[in-house]
Design a protein around this ligand. Structure first.
Ligand SMILES: CC(C)(COP(=O)(O)OP(=O)(O)OC[C@H]1O[C@@H](n2cnc3c(N)ncnc32)[C@H](O)[C@@H]1OP(=O)(O)O)[C@@H](O)C(=O)NCCC(=O)NCCS
Length: 184
């Protein structure tokens, strides 16, 4: 069992979620820019935010991680990971409050989590997936050094429409090459 931890970056603190955090995801999921590529209900009710926050608070840290990302004390985003210990592989996901998009926060926060997965948890591979049209999301993956490994055509349904999905991956040896100074 991995204990929940706190990670810090130059501008952000990533800490475990608390039930009292509910107002932030409730607010940002009202914004249709946020839910554009996500299978979230519209309208997004408070009960949905409660379920989301409960799932984050209840994360089993032996097979996952869920970080509430704060900027000067304010909750601005979520970075999560699902871990497959047998394969030493993790999948990361993230979402940020639209008001803070475009400032590099998602890259900074997700980068810290990817580093933690490789360094502290000994993962051999980190992957991420998103709607093929979600350029903001796959740009974050590219900025983390991930490579596009797959385009899954007509892979899922989003509000009645069939959508393509892209899968990105980063293997340990490439991460080490790109991250001089980390513990090998
Ligand atoms: C994806 C998301 C987390 C990116 O957050 P962000 O804080 O804006 O990301 P960053 O500032 O670190 O930007 C990373 C890159 O994406 C680009 N980008 C961000 N939003 C973009 C958009 N809407 N369209 C195109 N590019 C975008 C940035 O310009 C930057 O690219 P660059 O390296 O060429 O400058 C954010 O848009 C979001 O929360 N979306 C809703 C939830 C979601 O879709 N999550 C992903 C599900 S897999």
């Amino acid at each position: 069992m991995t204990d929940p931890i706190i990670l810090s970056t130059a501008r952000l603190v990533l800490r475990p979620w608390q039930m009292s955090d509910i107002d932030a995801p409730f607010e940002w999921a009202q914004d249709e820019r946020f839910t554009r590529f996500l299978p979230l209900p519209r309208p997004y009710e408070r009960g949905h935010a409660e379920e989301f926050t409960e799932s984050r608070v209840g994360t089993d840290w032996s097979i996952g991680a869920a970080f509430a990302v704060t900027l000067e004390g304010a909750l601005v985003g979520d970075v999560n990971a699902r871990i497959e210990p047998v394969h030493r592989r993790a999948e990361v996901g993230y979402g940020f409050r639209p008001a803070v998009w475009g400032s590099g926060y998602a890259t900074e926060a997700a980068g810290a989590v990817v580093g933690w997965l490789f360094e502290a948890l000994g993962m051999e591979k980190v992957i991420a997936r998103t709607d093929a049209a979600n350029q903001g999301s796959w740009r974050v993956m590219e900025r983390l050094g991930m490579e596009r490994e797959a385009l899954h055509r007509s892979h899922r349904v989003l509000r009645g429409e069939r959508r393509d999905e892209v899968v990105y991956g980063l293997v340990r040896r490439d991460w080490l090459r790109e991250s001089p100074g980390v513990n090998r």
